[in-house]
Design a protein. Structure first.
Length: 442
């Protein structure tokens, strides 16, 4: 138990340290760079590698089901699977050799060949969309409903919508994670993923939610949550994707390029901290450390944005309970605490924390660009190119380090404000329930 918690704690705080150490290592070894040797196992036959991949994928599925994604063994298996996939390109583009595990599309041209498609079990249409009327931004609630329904829950889309979607605002990752955890499911969110990662997750029958921008840019009004339904390989050997959502409708097939475009930096480019972001939802319950991490809003480059959007949700929901008709005195008490103690605290903390966070994210992005340019100049050869490349790499590393510090400061400020705001809302709900209970005695 304590070893598992220690590994999770190490994973949370060591990523930044490893990034810094890696940058220093690159600088130290850059002059010694030599062409890479062929990968181990490159001489193996395709059939042998494919058989080994199938065995490793089965072992990985069993490992993550029993012990989670972040064990040492799970990481070893991921690395080995990724290495072998580079040796022999499969018709699934790194996605594995699974067969259809659920209902596919409808009919006609959209109906996939099961031998070339993989689908997540139980991801299908959720009833009740019509009961939302013309309410905006139902995509987050709908994506949550599709996942819970696939696990066998009797879902009510309107209840989910009323719980997690604030008026005129989208659904924050934090509110989605918290709702799914309360429903008894562990949630792992990841940034900077790849479509190969998503394909492997589908192969393992994982439930995946992706944050995309259906406008293909940084327009916040076009942000969209979608549950991954599956993928197939078309006649040209290209991978296509299908989603169960409120925009594409559950039957449309999207090309790899279309998905990649709308998934890349969907919100405000680099500075918001979201890039190729997705959530993996497990049927297993969340652990204590996961709940603590969620309570602190992850303490990462996305924390400020999540706290701010969650605060806007609390302000609107609290105002509804405070001023709406048909509310009890206890509900109005809870609404006041939710709006003032929860919403205002989180909005202020999110804005204050966003200032260093957004600046830090921008600096980290700029540092990456400098180091990329520096590596390019170094590889071009020649004295002046190497001097320029080395200088750009050092400057980029310093810039990225400063950005990391600023992002961390902003995350801590916002994370603490978010935790305080959630506690205030919970206290208000408890006081309101107590008032209604006591008043009912008289």
């Amino acid at each position: 138990m304590f070893n598992g918690a220690a590994r999770q704690l190490q994973g949370l705080f060591s990523r930044r340290v490893r990034t810094g150490l890696w940058l220093l290592l690159v600088l130290a070894l850059a002059p010694l760079a030599v062409p890479a040797a062929p990968p181990e196992g490159a001489g193996k036959g395709a059939a042998e590698v494919a058989a080994q991949l199938q065995k490793l994928r089965a072992e990985y599925r069993e490992e993550v089901t029993k012990n989670g994604f972040d064990t040492d063994r799970a990481k070893e298996l991921r690395d080995e699977i990724a290495r072998l996939e580079k040796l022999v390109p499969t018709e699934l583009g790194g996605g594995g050799t699974g067969t259809s595990s659920g209902s596919g599309s409808t009919s006609g041209a959209d109906k996939p060949d099961p031998s070339k498609g993989v689908f997540v079990d139980g991801i299908t249409t959720v009833a009740g969309r019509d009961k939302l009327g013309d309410a905006g931004n139902p995509c987050g609630a709908y994506a949550v409903a599709t996942i819970l329904q696939s696990f066998g829950h009797d879902v009510n889309l309107k209840e989910i919508f009323d719980e997690i979607v604030p008026i005129k605002f989208g659904t924050s990752p934090h509110d989605i994670k918290r709702y799914l955890q309360r429903a008894g499911h562990s949630v792992t969110d990841r940034n900077n993923g790849s479509l190969d990662d998503i394909a492997r997750a589908v192969d393992r029958d994982e439930r995946i939610m992706m944050l995309v921008n259906v406008g293909g840019g940084g327009d916040l009004e076009k942000l969209h949550w979608a549950s991954v339904k599956g993928y197939r390989i078309n006649d040209k050997g290209e991978r296509e994707w299908q989603f169960e959502d409120t925009y594409w409708g559950g039957s449309k097939w999207l090309s790899e390029a279309e998905v990649a475009k709308c998934w890349d930096k969907p919100a405000l480019g680099e500075i918001a901290g979201f890039n190729n972001y997705y959530m993996s939802v497990s049927k297993d319950p969340p652990g204590a450390w996961e709940r603590i991490n969620t309570a602190l809003y992850g303490l990462n480059g996305r924390t400020s944005v999540e706290v701010l959007t969650s605060g806007l949700r609390d302000v609107t929901r609290g105002w509804e309970d405070l001023t709406g008709g048909g509310r009890t005195v206890g509900e109005r008490i809870g609404g006041f605490f939710t709006m003032v103690g929860g919403g205002f605290t989180k909005v202020i903390g999110g804005v204050v924390g966003a200032i260093p966070t957004l600046a830090g994210n921008a600096l980290q992005s700029a540092g990456d660009s400098m180091m990329g340019w520096g590596a390019k100049k170094w590889n071009e050869g020649g004295f002046f190119n190497k001097v320029a490349g080395a200088g750009a790499t050092v400057l980029g590393a310093i810039t990225k380090g400063v950005g990391w510090v600023l992002t961390g400061v902003g995350a801590v400020i916002s994370g603490i404000a978010g935790a305080i705001g959630d506690a205030a809302s919970a206290i208000g709900d408890a006081l309101g329930d107590a008032w209604d209970t006591v008043s009912g005695w008289f």
